[in-house]
Design a binder for this molecule. Structure first.
Ligand code: ADP
Ligand code: MG
Length: 240
């Protein structure tokens, strides 16, 4: 579903992604972990062209994302992205945040968008929050609205960049539970996370990055008990 081939990324003269090779099969969940500054956010942002690349190719469901001939806005509608900061529209209610893109971008009728939006909010435990504004919601609730908003577009892929890092501890579980359910539903996902327990328990592969490189791609049990690289051993000795 996602294929990264020889991807190179620089900011000015500084190279931050080196020869990235990664294939994420359909319905698989890959966790991207590694030290701060490793390039995790940059990597995940190249997948829906929030960042340009200077070399290589990225295919999402066979579409070359960075090809000049590709309509990137169309590709982006297939890729849900959930950020650390929830990025909801402050002047719209929870339900309006969820329905605006299907109505504007996909020409879905208001009635249909609202029906589906309410279903999505309910599935994320937010049935009674549809008419609330972001400022009236907790961080965990806002992040679940952000997930509902992404899902409203029926994405083929969901990308998460540290979705729980800005949350108070008691709200982390409700967001992780939502992501876990999404994984069980067969969604293809890449999740940048510092929640090691979560990564260990729910993903198919750990992608460990350091210094702009993918150091290893390893099944979670093996990664957390016997990682291949010294770099990962060192990282785990600091975080576990
Ligand atoms: P991570 O998410 O793993 O902490 P990032 O992808 O945010 O790492 O950053 C990787 C490297 O790229 C860092 O050295 C960072 O300083 C640099 N970087 C990230 N964004 C920019 C930017 N917009 N301009 C210049 N350098 C950047
Ligand atoms: Mg980051």
């Amino acid at each position: 579903m996602i294929q990264m081939k020889n991807v190179e990324k620089s900011f000015g003269k500084t190279k931050v992604l080196h020869n990235i090779q990664l294939s994420v099969p359909r319905s698989h969940v890959y966790s991207l972990i590694g030290p701060s500054g490793a390039g995790k956010s940059t990597l995940i942002r190249t997948i829906n062209a929030l960042e340009t690349i200077q070399g290589g190719e990225i295919l999402v469901d066979g579409v070359s994302v960075h090809d000049k001939k590709t309509d990137i806005n169309k590709v982006r509608t297939d890729i849900g992205f959930v950020f650390q900061s929830f990025n909801l529209y402050p002047h719209l209610t929870a339900l309006e945040n969820v329905t605006i893109s299907p109505m504007k971008v996909r020409n879905v009728s208001k009635k249909e968008a609202e029906e589906k939006g309410k279903e999505l909010l309910a599935s994320l435990g937010l049935a009674d929050k549809a008419s609330f504004y972001p400022s009236e919601l907790s961080g965990g609730q806002q992040q679940r609205v952000a997930i509902a908003r992404a899902l409203a577009m029926d994405p083929k892929v969901m990308l998460f960049d540290e979705p729980t890092s800005a949350l108070d501890p008691e709200m982390i579980k409700e967001v992780l539970d939502a992501i876990r359910r999404l994984a069980k539903s067969g969604m293809t996902m890449v999740v940048v996370t510092h929640e090691m327990g979560f990564a260990r328990e729910m993903c198919d592969q750990i992608v460990f990055m350091a210094d702009g490189r993918i150091v290893e791609v390893t099944p979670p049990e093996q990664f957390f008990t016997n990682p291949e690289s010294d770099r990962a051993k060192d990282f785990l000795s600091k975080v576990l």
